[in-house]
Design a protein around this ligand. Structure first.
Ligand code: PMV
Length: 380
């Protein structure tokens, strides 16, 4: 695929689409090798891999109606992920609702997204849109809804494309959905498929690309089937530093190049581990990745810390528990204070009991979410 196949063009089988709606449910994901640092537009500085989740998802309905207006399109010679693009100067003809409530504050991010995708989805200008969205997890849980939200919206837009061009292949449909999602939020590129998704070009992962996520191409060991992720809600407030700012601080960061090289190596190692089932090595690599991500934040300038005292308390408890019991429970973190507690399905009883006894007290209002690896987005 060279990039041009992503640009929508009506073909001989194209149909007319006046109005209608599509609904998709897309999962959140948790990175094992982390993406931190990007270049224009939303391309990762290093490849990453994540478990797709199951219970944490966004369900989005996109209602569309053909408009009669002339779209106010300006050619900006913008570059969208290596694809030449046009941009709409102002794109106000859409509305966003979360759980039935109008959310004008979401329009900025979605407006930027719509402008970015116009190069590959030019027909979007011809429609007025209403986006109705619902998250399975509380909005103020500190769990980013941008990955699942952008993935669900991108899939709805791809359903519009499929309605217009019914001959589009499944392969192109999902790759392009991931590409669009990436333009909304980088890690959203990994929220289309399951169970393990690689995003970013890696020399040993066949088919991998900076433009979109692909399913991990090898057979995964039984140990990683139905892997569990319990998300401990340590801090449900707004993050002090956004991911966008954090990614940008990797430009000129003193350890940036070493970090990008390390992530590439870690993905090679993890690829082996996922195939050979070595849980000790999995634990070591995944925790090291989480701490390295936060070390990058602490060594940026300006520096910042997203972990909270309770994040460290939980990590300490996990380490002690592992030492005492020989369990393979481990933690990972995304760009926030919440802790993802990862463990094999066969340790469910043991670890759930540990979480209830020793970790829940460190969560805000004792709240946590039990999740596990999922198979990807679904059309409703
Ligand atoms: O997708 P963004 O721009 O919100 O970045 C998220 C980055 C991390 O969650 C910290 C890591 C990752 O790979 O998901």
């Amino acid at each position: 695929m060279d990039g041009n196949e992503f640009i929508y063009e009506a073909d001989k089988n194209s149909t007319i689409l006046e109005d209608g709606s599509f609904t998709w449910k897309a999962p959140s994901n948790i990175a094992l090798v982390k993406y931190w640092g990007k270049r224009n537009v939303q391309l990762p500085e290093n490849p990453s891999i994540s478990f797709t989740l199951s219970n944490c998802f966004t369900e989005t309905t996109l209602e569309f109606k053909k408009n009669k207006r002339e779209a106010k399109v300006t050619r900006l010679d913008d570059e969208v992920g290596g694809l030449s693009a046009t941009a709409i100067e102002q794109y106000h003809e859409f509305d966003v609702f979360l759980d039935g409530e109008r959310k004008p504050e979401f329009k900025k991010k979605i407006g930027v997204f719509l402008r970015r995708i116009i190069g590959v989805i030019p027909f979007i200008c011809d429609y007025d849109l209403v986006i109705r969205t619902h998250n399975s997890f509380p909005h103020s849980s500190g769990i980013a809804s941008s990955a699942s939200g952008m993935a669900a919206l991108s899939l709805c837009i791809m359903s519009m494309e499929r309605a217009l061009n019914p001959s589009i292949s499944d392969e192109l449909f999902y790759k392009k959905a991931s590409l669009l999602a990436r333009l909304g939020s980088g890690s959203a590129a990994r929220s289309i498929k399951g169970e393990l998704v690689v995003w970013g070009k890696h020399e040993h992962i066949q088919g991998s690309s900076d433009q979109y996520g692909v399913a991990f191409p090898h057979k995964v060991h039984e140990n990683f089937k139905n892997y569990q992720d319990t998300i401990l809600l340590v801090d449900k407030g707004e993050k002090v530093v956004s991911s966008t700012v954090g990614h940008n601080l990797m430009h000129g960061h003193p350890f940036a190049q070493q970090r990008f090289a390390q992530a590439n190596k870690n993905l090679s190692k993890l690829s082996e581990i996922l195939q050979n089932g070595n849980l000790e090595e999995f634990v070591n690599l995944v925790e090291s990745e989480a701490l390295t991500l936060h070390a990058m934040m602490m060594t940026s300038n300006p520096y910042f810390i997203l972990m909270k005292p309770n994040t460290l308390q939980i990590i300490d408890k996990i380490w002690k528990f592992r030492k005492e019991t020989g369990s393979h429970v481990c933690f990972t973190l995304d760009a926030g204070a919440n802790v993802h507690v990862l463990f094999p399905a066969k340790e469910k009883v043991l670890v759930n009991d540990f979480i209830a006894r020793e970790l829940v007290d460190f969560c805000q209002k004792n709240e946590y979410i039990s999740d596990s690896v999922g198979t990807g987005a679904k059309q409703m």
